[in-house]
Design a protein around this ligand. Structure first.
Ligand code: ADP
Ligand code: MG
Length: 702
């Protein structure tokens, strides 16, 4: 076996040449044999029969013709330059035309020789024509190959590549050459027992069949094998990283549950924990009792009670002599956490500090001192928390709210502050479908609070068109009369910012007329308002001084106004599902029945309608995330964009969820039994780390 051969630079492939090697590198990123092997066709075309020239019709799809070349010539100048050739079979003449790759193709055309052509027929002045056909010199072997091939691979190409005769057909020639020469060198990467157990096609066969399927059945087998392999090694790597992390990063042991936790639980917690909250606390408890750093992602819908869970975890840390902190993405959120936690723990129970950009120098100094001497047990803040001056005496736990707003570096800054890194609990209210989480956070532990507190009334959601606007105003007045507050949210998209702002201001004007002073007071907040004014308006709304808040999505994250019971979303069809769900989560935080009104235009796209219907149908963030995944594909789900983990070559996290789960379990089992992959049958897996994709380290993911 000689698998090194796949590292060979692409210019060494027979028939390639340096010019073409350069462009294929630039255009497709294919720089060696292995990369070419992994450049799969995006579809397959049926080529089961040959057509006679007389049979050709202009409404035919791509067809196959066998004919002899009579003549070729290059016509025109510069922009009109084209290669024209005539071919003939026993039924008639056909004209072939090329506008690109002329130089390359012209060389390959030899008058008198027979060719196998493939293209879409057309007619010009009554003459049969075929623009830009794929063309291959006839030979018994070629014919035999074609006869065997019922499915012709189609490869993605680019205009630039076509100039170098690297259209789909050109690329096919390269993969043919490669496979003819080196298929025998393609190493198997999976252990035999897995091939047997899952009835997987061998790797070399799979590559042959993904490029040139023998038939549809073989193509299926090949695809399954390659998907399996792709997901398998991704999970293998993620879980191996997790094992390594566990070995590498020691953790503080929170041995006991003591005074702070018990006192809080017995006397201060104002409600019964939900089953989900209890389960998650247990999971965290287990993690923090081991001398290994915890890295846990806590997912839960808005209002599911993540903060309380975080607080109780912090109390356990404090019971064991450690300090804790919560990092929030904005000042507003940090302040809210501070207030919430102060209220929950009450006075004189534990020292809680708030550190944000607007903390004064004097206060800051006191905070720093109390942190260093260990008196301050809970510090809540923004990025200010990780400024270099902040020194903890004994930081044992970091809670991070809304993770994807914090970069990796920022997070690792925190741990360098202690020798044994603190346990990390990341909270997110953006539910991620299970399968995505398995990949994105494949090496983190994930806890899910999938249950809302029992006293919560589900938000009622309706979808209205413009003709219901008056009815909506009436409803708003009723709610305000009951003492409630209302959000009215407008979309603001960069590309259409001016127009969007105008919409918002027009909307604000209409609302101001409909809800006049002095009976009503309306706030407006958007991105073009100076931060201080924005803050001021927000605070007015928070304090209940205004009843209506007209805003862009600036209010999306975190803001907590329990008295706000109505969320109106204008042009709701323009928002993504997860954003709609986040916005809706701004209401339903108090004891009152809350409502969400989705306003839309009459004309809705299929997806737009699906989004709005989904919102009306369910309040469940995980269900919504699944539908979002179906609609948009994994690459577009919020929080996943930069991860790179999702550029899979053949597997698809939307359609291959079952396979992914199978593979995930399988890999977990393998590591459970053989963590070093040392058993003879598993040793092959160690080798695979070297040749599969580079560097998915934990740092990159987390
Ligand atoms: P999240 O951070 O997940 O959005 P919070 O922790 O802010 O949710 O909780 C939302 C509200 O629900 C808070 O007012 C909190 O005190 C309350 N809450 C949390 N857990 C429970 C529970 N088990 N029963 C009743 N209310 C709860
Ligand atoms: Mg919260």
């Amino acid at each position: 076996m000689n698998s090194q051969v796949f590292q060979t630079p692409i210019e060494y492939l027979k028939g390639m040449g340096t010019a073409r090697a350069d462009v294929i590198k630039k255009e497709l990123g294919i720089d060696n044999f292995g990369a070419l092997l992994n450049f799969y066709p995006y579809k397959y075309i049926d080529r089961t029969r040959f057509y006679k020239i007389r049979e050709l019709q202009s409404d035919m799809p791509h067809v196959q013709v066998m004919a002899r070349l009579i003549n070729k010539e290059i016509l025109g100048e510069k922009h009109t330059k084209r290669l024209v050739a005539q071919v003939q079979d026993d039924t008639g003449m056909l004209e072939l035309v090329w506008f690109q790759g002329i130089k390359w193709i012209e060389k390959a055309l030899i008058p008198g020789k027979a060719y196998i052509l493939f293209g879409k027929p057309g007619f010009f002045n009554g003459k049969a024509q075929m623009p830009h056909p794929e063309i291959e010199l006839y030979s018994p072997e070629a014919l035999k190959r074609k006869g065997n091939i019922t499915l012709q691979p189609a490869y993605n190409s680019t205009e630039k590549l076509k100039q170098f005769a690297l259209d789909s057909k050109g690329i096919e020639k390269l993969t043919t050459t490669l496979l003819e020469q080196y298929a025998k060198d393609i190493p198997e990467t999976l252990p035999l027992y897995l091939l047997n157990r899952f009835k997987l096609m061998g790797r070399a066969d799979a590559y042959k069949n993904i490029h040139y399927p023998e038939d549809a059945g073989k193509l299926n087998e090949a695809q399954y094998r390659l998907k399996f392999e792709e997901l398998f090694f991704l999970q293998l790597k993620l879980l191996k990283n997790k094992l390594l992390r566990v070995q590498k990063f020691k953790g503080n042991v929170f041995e006991k549950v003591g005074h702070y936790f018990n006192e809080f639980y017995q006397y201060k917690l104002p409600f019964e924990l939900t089953g989900a909250q209890k389960r998650v606390l247990k999971e965290i408890r287990q993690d923090t009792q081991r001398p290994v750093q915890m890295n846990r992602l806590l997912q839960g819908d808005v209002g599911s009670g993540k903060t309380v869970v975080a607080l109780m975890t912090m109390l356990i840390a404090i019971d064991n002599g450690f300090q804790t902190c919560i990092m929030a993405p904005t000042e507003i959120l940090a302040t809210q956490h501070y207030q919430t936690i102060k209220k929950l723990v009450g006075d004189d129970f534990i020292e809680v500090g708030l550190l944000t950009g607007s903390t004064s120098k004097k206060e800051r100094k006191v905070l720093h001192e109390n942190l260093e001497n260990g008196e301050l047990k809970i510090l809540i803040g923004t990025h200010a928390l990780i400024e270099d001056k902040v020194q903890y005496k004994n930081l044992g736990l970091v809670v991070i709210d809304e993770q994807h707003r914090f970069g990796v570096e920022q997070r690792s800054k925190l741990w360098q502050k202690s020798i044994i890194p603190p346990h990390i609990l990341v909270m997110t209210a953006t539910p991620i479908p299970r399968t995505l989480a398995m990949t994105l956070y494949g090496d983190l532990d994930v806890s899910v609070i999938d249950e809302l507190p029992a006293d919560r009334k589900p938000i009622k959601t309706v979808h209205y068109y413009e003709n219901s606007r008056l009815r909506m105003f009436g409803f708003m007045k009723e709610e305000i009369a009951k003492g409630r507050q209302i959000y009215v949210v407008y979309p603001l998209i960069k590309e259409s910012e001016k127009l969007d702002l105008k919409n918002l201001m027009d909307g604000f004007e209409v609302i101001s007329k409909e809800f006049p002073l002095p009976q009503y007071r309306v706030s407006v907040v958007h991105g073009k308002i100076p931060a201080a004014d924005k803050e001021f308006e927000m605070q007015r709304f928070v304090k209940g001084e205004t009843q209506i808040m007209v805003a862009t999505t600036v209010i999306e994250v975190g803001v907590n106004v329990p008295n706000a019971s109505v969320m109106i979303i204008e042009n709701a069809e323009r928002f993504g599902l997860s954003q709609l769900h986040q916005l809706r989560g701004r209401v339903g935080r108090g004891a009152e029945q809350s409502y969400c009104i989705l306003m839309s235009g009459e004309k809705l796209s299929h997806d737009g309608r699906t989004r709005l219907n989904t919102m009306v149908k369910t309040n469940n963030g995980f269900e919504i995330a699944e539908i979002d995944l179906q609609l948009r594909g994994p690459g577009n789900i919020e929080g996943t964009q930069q991860s790179g983990l999702l550029d899979l070559k053949i597997a698809d996290l939307t359609t291959d969820q079952e396979l992914l789960q199978t593979v995930r379990k399988l890999v977990e089992n393998i590591f459970a039994i053989d963590p070093q992959l040392a058993q003879p049958e598993n040793q092959i897996l160690n080798g695979a780390f070297k040749i599969s994709k580079p560097g998915l380290t934990w740092d990159k993911i987390s």
